[in-house]
Design a protein around this ligand. Structure first.
Ligand code: ADE
Length: 228
């Protein structure tokens, strides 16, 4: 899978994408992430990417031309399955969307800044608009990092233990059950006996029951709506 990220702050994304699982995915050749500095697609000497908004009002708006040039350039090289714009007014990201996106070949992610991008960018190019939650970040970069992380770890072969993503919270519409490791007894706080029994069938049932109970207590909305 290839992900091209369009940003005015490529440095902000370098670190989150170059460690741990995302690094492994890229080292294994399963994921290729390319950063594109939108400023490089300007034609004026100040490399200006934004301007005041028509009609007045505070805040700058990202101009269409450099973004369009960058996208058009990328489109001459390959076909894209989705061109995603990270924005607080997009659809809220959930595990179902991550699963779907992890099966795509080529994706562009556009990170907004300031007041966002000129509406015509959205009309002309964007096929999907994603928010990572009901709060406003200073820009789309950290949101893009979240999206790439959630997608990247789902690409087959990326996680060591292929089954582990299957048991993540949300993957089956439930939160994950509690987990324990050594020691079995910490100052009198004991690991549930069953987990030490080796009875895998009973353990599976227990885990499912605990996942259900946790979901009921913490996120009852997951049991009643179509989110996942
Ligand atoms: N850009 C600013 N805030 C955002 C959010 N909540 N989700 C996605 N992109 C954003």
């Amino acid at each position: 899978m290839r992900i091209d990220i369009l940003t005015v702050l490529p440095g902000l994304l370098e670190s989150p994408l170059s460690h741990s699982i995302l690094k492994r995915a890229q080292d294994k050749g399963l994921l290729e992430v390319r950063m594109h500095d939108i400023r490089e697609y300007t034609t004026d000497k100040h490399k200006q990417v934004d301007h005041y908004q028509y009609g007045g009002g505070a805040g700058m708006v990202m101009m269409i031309e450099p973004i369009a040039r960058c996208i058009e350039h990328l489109k001459t090289e390959r076909t894209y399955d989705e061109i995603i714009y990270m924005t607080p007014d997009g659809e809220t990201l959930n595990q179902r969307t991550c699963n779907t996106l992890s099966m795509k070949q080529n994706i562009i992610i556009l990170c907004g800044h300031y007041k966002g991008v000129d509406e015509r960018v959205r009309e002309l190019y964007i096929t999907k608009e994603i928010s990572v939650g009901d709060y406003v970040l200073s820009g789309g970069e950290l949101a893009a990092a979240i999206l790439v992380d959630t997608i990247g770890r789902l690409i087959p072969g990326v996680l060591n233990d292929e089954t582990s993503a299957l048991f993540d919270s949300f993957q089956d519409g439930l939160l994950a059950p509690p987990v324990y490791t050594r020691p079995a007894d910490y100052n009198g706080l004991k690991v549930p006996e069953l987990l030490l029994s080796g009875n895998t069938k009973q353990i599976d049932i227990w885990r499912h029951d605990m996942a259900m109970e946790r979901t009921k207590n913490r996120r009852p909305d997951l049991l009643s709506d179509e989110k996942n």
